[in-house]
Design a protein around this ligand. Structure first.
Ligand SMILES: Cc1cc2nc3c(=O)[nH]c(=O)nc-3n(C[C@H](O)[C@H](O)[C@H](O)COP(=O)(O)OP(=O)(O)OC[C@H]3O[C@@H](n4cnc5c(N)ncnc54)[C@H](O)[C@@H]3O)c2cc1C
Ligand code: SF4
Ligand code: SF4
Ligand code: SF4
Length: 595
């Protein structure tokens, strides 16, 4: 027992005045409350924007803590090709990063490469052993097929992967040059996928080397043949033998040989393929770019190629002529004359379809020894099983990849949509979910919406596979910039990867971009706000004036003490990443079914 009560002397210099030497726990301030705090992890906007739905926020938290292996493990829950995406993804995640409003977006793609290059993952140990009897065939081993095979194998299905070519990877191997995506990086990602026990059949083109009937022993098929032909120009020319497609060139670039370095080459197109053709030619010619010109109808900032690809091409000396489209190619003696009209590209607001239109009456003619056309890819006709429909060069399938033929699912470039690696991976992931639902008698619509990330087309396979635990997240709530408490985040510049100088790189096929160093990786991952992810900073506990935030040591989560929390909302404001929010009395955390 304390001695007789002594009234404290009020000291104006000391704001901390002790009002009671005994215990104030008798004042149950909780009964004043009209609102209460709710502690729930949410979705970061970067995750909503990533077509594959990677939990970037959690992965970068692990990396900032020095646990690169855990960062990689989190990536692999959704994306089987982090080494590839960490180099060539168009990174829509960065465009939506909350940090862009504060200073500069997080360099997410470089961090993905960083954790893929430095992290280790044992998939066999990570995936709970399941074993299902029904067998699935995957046709085509580009990113869509690899992703479908990976996610099906992770669900326990025996998978056989058929590939027409002699190696796995599709356009990742045959198209994207090694100065952007080194073969050993692709091989490493593929080895990890195959470690799940996927059977591979190379050199088997389904519909030719093996009939569709040869797949009858499988319970479902995922078809992802890509688009294997280069699209041709919409007019005829008398010089077909001097006009190649970008895809044909990239499959065998060495055939052009260094001896032909005096030939001038005109490349038509403004996408990645066109720029890759130009930069590959420069490398074959040991750095000579003076006779290589790229012409496209788009303005410079409208070109579909990745921004950095365009910048690097210009640094390497390639000439890019924007705002011109070809209307004719004529052979004049030994040279080709390419007739061009002044053009611009318009986009239909509703359908998103791009159209090339004339921009005035101006025309010009460019002369070249060779022309390479790289204006997109086209469907290469192959025998299909009866009932499967092709329209405008694309296999008809719904948003889950279901075709008109039960048991046949399709994805990747062959079904249309955005022709990028991340989108192909996403469609393989979706196909794997749809196949699993069909084989297990579940409704894919319900399954998808239960695990859908925000309003995006992506969903979380981690949530499909793993039993709910501490890291359970309300996948429908996306944290906006206004909800982040930026007081806790001093401004700091984004860390950029170094590049090999243009003079050196244009003579070699070695990788142009160097990865982040371990120190840079640590600093850059620490810049992340971790929007919506509790990282145990415990600011909610520190700032609560009523000591009413409690840590539940069993679950590792935070709760409030209903007896003393008066609902002031300080914890919600103090939480830097919007894990804590104030809700009306009576509202509970979302149940496992609704998360
Ligand atoms: C030069 C180039 C550069 C690119 N750069 C980028 C980039 O920087 N960033 C980006 O995001 N995207 C890029 N892309 C686009 C990206 O590569 C494609 O969108 C992606 O590879 C499509 O994947 P997919 O699995 O649908 O098909 P593909 O990658 O084309 O793979 C299809 C596979 O199926 C096989 N196949 C076809 N028919 C059959 C059959 N009947 N039986 C068995 N096997 C079959 C093919 O041999 C092939 O291996 C680039 C593409 C090219 C060509
Ligand atoms: S796959 Fe692309 S969009 Fe997704 S996190 Fe990686 S870089 Fe971002
Ligand atoms: S700050 Fe981090 S978690 Fe938030 S949007 Fe950017 S990368 Fe994602
Ligand atoms: S800061 Fe404390 S008292 Fe205020 S709402 Fe949060 S838990 Fe309740």
């Amino acid at each position: 027992m304390a001695g007789p009560y002594k009234r404290p002397v009020f000291d104006r210099e000391d704001p901390f005045v002790v009002l009671s030497f005994e215990n104030s726990l008798i004042f149950k301030t909780g009964n004043q409350r009209t609102e209460k705090p709710l502690f729930v992890n949410k979705v970061a906007p970067c995750r909503q924007a990533c077509p594959i739905g990677v939990d970037i926020s959690a992965a970068l938290h692990a990396v900032s803590n020095g646990d690169i292996d855990e960062g990689l493990r989190i990536y692999l829950q959704e994306n089987p090709l982090p080494g590839v995406c960490g180099r060539v993804c168009y990174h829509p995640c960065e465009a939506e990063c909350n940090r862009k409003t504060h200073d500069e977006p997080i360099n997410i793609r470089s961090l993905e490469r960083f954790l893929s290059d430095h992290g280790k993952a044992d998939l066999a140990a990570d995936v709970p052993i399941r074993s299902k009897k029904k067998k699935v065939a995957v046709v085509g081993s580009g990113p869509a097929g690899l992703s479908a095979a990976y996610h099906l194998a992770r669900q326990g299905y025996p998978v056989t992967l058929f590939e027409a070519g002699s190696e796995l990877g599709g356009m990742l191997r045959q198209g994207i040059p090694s100065y952007r995506l080194p073969t050993k990086v692709l091989d490493r990602d593929i080895r990890r996928i195959l470690s799940l026990g996927i059977e591979v059949r190379l050199g088997v083109q389904i519909g030719k080397d093996l009939s569709w009937g040869g797949l009858d022993s499988f319970d479902a098929v995922f078809f992802s043949p890509g688009l294997q032909s280069g699209r041709s120009l919409p007019f005829r020319s008398n010089s077909e033998n001097r006009v190649s497609t970008g895809l044909d060139f990239l499959k065998k670039p060495q055939e052009w040989g260094r001896g032909k370095k005096t030939e001038s080459v005109l490349i038509i197109g403004g996408g990645n393929v066109a720029v890759d053709v130009a930069r590959t030619l420069v490398r074959i010619r040991q750095g000579r770019a003076d006779k290589i010109t790229l012409v496209c109808p788009e303005a410079r900032d409208q070109m579909p190629a990745l921004r950095e690809e365009i910048e690097e091409a210009l640094e390497e000396g390639i000439t890019i002529v924007n705002g011109w489209a070809p209307h004719s190619i004529d052979r004049k003696g030994k040279r080709l004359s390419v007739g061009l009209f002044k053009a611009r590209v318009t986009k239909d607001e509703i359908s998103g379809v791009l159209t090339i239109v004339r921009a005035g009456k101006e025309t010009q003619t460019l002369h070249a020894d060779k022309v390479i056309v790289a204006i997109g890819q086209a469907w290469e006709p192959v025998p299909l099983p009866p009932g499967v429909e092709i329209r405008e060069g694309r296999v008809i399938a719904d948003r889950f990849g279901r075709t008109a033929l039960p048991g046949l699912f399709a994805g990747g470039d062959a079904v249309g949509g955005r022709a990028f690696v991340a989108d192909a991976i996403a469609s393989g992931k979706m196909g794997a979910l749809a196949i699993a639902c069909a084989l297990d008698g579940k409704d894919v619509d319900v399954e998808f919406s239960s695990h859908q990330i925000g309003k995006s087309t992506a969903f979380s396979f981690h949530n499909v596979l793993e039993p709910p635990g501490k890291d359970m997240t309300d996948l429908k709530k996306v944290v906006s910039f206004e909800e982040v408490n930026t007081l806790f985040f001093p401004r700091s510049p984004r860390k950029q990867s170094a590049k090999v100088t243009p003079a050196t790189r244009k003579k070699t096929f070695a990788e142009v971009t160097r990865g982040l160093t371990p120190a840079m990786g640590q600093i850059e991952s620490s810049r992340c706000f971790n929007c919506g992810t509790c990282i145990d900073c415990e600011f909610c506990m520190d700032f609560c004036p009523d000591l009413s935030v409690l840590r539940n040591e069993t679950s590792g989560t935070y709760e409030f003490n209903p007896d003393y929390c008066k609902g002031c909302g300080v914890c919600g404001v103090a939480c830097p990443r919007r894990v804590v929010e104030m809700v009306g009395e009576g509202i509970e955390a979302p149940s496992e079914e609704t998360r």
